[in-house]
Each structure stands twice: as structure tokens, then as C-alpha cells.
Write a protein that binds this ligand. Structure first.
Ligand code: FE2
Length: 210
């Protein structure tokens, strides 16, 4: 049913936009992400059906989506409706050996909404969902792409060197400027976040060894 799926994908993107619009204009990253979404061609002629794929990390989705209903029932209802039609991808750049954590790969997954494996290809722009199970540490890294996270479930700990890990509660926005080093760590609950790379999406993340 491509028509129905197109409508659900459009609902998902509109719910993300509505959610981001509730933040004050000066919130770092919000204006840039909304502008870049507006520049994308999200019409039906550009729509494609992702090759649906689930991963072991997706077992954390029900808990994370349920927790996120408090942050945005609109968005989390849209996610619950469509999550089994998404192409969930392993965080290949964050293999267990590199992260120094057995099980990291089986506890994380991301799904593009706009991007090569999403509903719309996007023009040097990525928008999607990131899921990370409890007790995981995504170590210091940086990338050329400016990056936004909108936390739907958590809390998590987050650091930008030289600072140390600090707790960040759900519904907060995190914004990483190009090549700014950052790290995050989940606690007892899985993290589900809206994620965006606003440009330079072809440049891979670089991990910073300690
Ligand atoms: Fe990042």
C-alpha cells in the first residue's frame, strides 16, 4: 500500500517538524534542521518504499517508544505505526572492538527517514531515528556533518570535551557543530532520538581514541 505508507511517512516527518517548532527559535540547530527539511523534495513522486529490515537492537523499541509518548504522543504514535517498515541499520562505524564494548552492535540501530535507505533520498541531508540500548557508551567522535539529536527517551549522559559526562533529560535537543568532539552514554533505559545530519552526510564519523 504505497499510498498509505506515503501518508504515514509524511505524518512522521510532519510530527518531527511540529515537535521541533515547539522549541524557542534560538535553540541551536533547530532552525537549521527545519530549513533543511523545507528544502527537500518530499513529494509523492520522490517517495520510495524502504527495504524493511529489523535488527537485534530493535528489541528496545517498544520500551523506548512507550517512554517517548510523554515527550510527543504525535511523533511516537507515528513511529509505532511505521517502525516495522523502516530499514534499521547497524552502526557499522561503531563496531564492538572499536567501542571496546561487547554487544554494542546488537544494542544499537538507526533508521533513515530521509536518506539513501529512507522514504526520500534527500539532498545532502539525513533525518532519522537512532536507538541505543541501556548501558552503552558511544565514545568520543566527530564528523563533518552538523548533527542534531532530539531525545525522546532516556535520560542519557553526554559530553563535549574538555567537559565530563553530564546528564541530559528527555525532550532535550543536542546540537553538535561540524567536527566538534562528543560522546554519549545511556543509563538504565534505552535512548530513542530523532537524529539529523544537515549537510556533508558522505563524510564518515571519526572515533577519537582515549
Ligand atoms: Fe555524532
Amino acid at each position: 500500500m504505497p499510498d498509505e505508507l506515503f501518508n504515514d511517512a509524511s505524518w512522521l516527518i510532519a510530527a518531527i517538524m511540529r515537535g521541533l517548532m515547539t522549541f524557542p527559535d534560538e535553540t541551536p540547530g533547530v532552525h537549521e534542521v527545519l530549513s533543511r527539511i523545507a528544502e527537500q523534495d518530499l513529494s509523492e513522486k520522490m517517495f520510495s518504499v524502504p527495504q524493511a529490515q529489523r535488527l537485534p537492537g530493535c528489541r528496545h523499541l517498544p520500551e523506548a517508544v512507550a517512554a517517548g509518548l510523554v515527550v510527543s504522543s504525535d511523533l511516537c504514535s507515528a513511529i509505532a505505526t511505521i517502525e516495522d517498515r523502516l530499514h534499521w541499520t547497524r552502526m557499522d562505524h561503531y563496531a564492538d572492538e572499536v567501542m571496546g564494548q561487547p554487544g554494542f552492535e546488537d544494542n544499537g540501530a538507526y533508521a533513515e527517514i530521509v536518506g539513501p535507505t529512507g522514504f526520500f533520498a534527500g539532498d545532502d541531508f539525513g533525518l532519522g531515528l537512532v536507538l541505543l540500548g541501556p548501558g552503552m557508551h558511544c565514545i568520543d567522535h566527530h564528523h563533518a556533518a552538523p548533527e542534531l539529536y532530539w531525545l525522546l527517551s532516556g535520560p542519557i549522559e553526554y559530553r563535549r570535551p574538555p567537559g565530563s559526562l553530564e546528564q541530559v533529560g528527555t525532550s532535550n535537543i543536542l546540537w553538535n557543530k561540524p567536527n566538534e568532539v562528543h560522546a554519549m552514554k545511556t543509563g538504565e533505559r534505552p535512548m530513542l532520538a530523532v537524529w539529523s545530519w544537515t549537510r556533508d552526510v558522505d563524510q564518515l564519523p571519526v572515533l577519537v581514541s582515549s
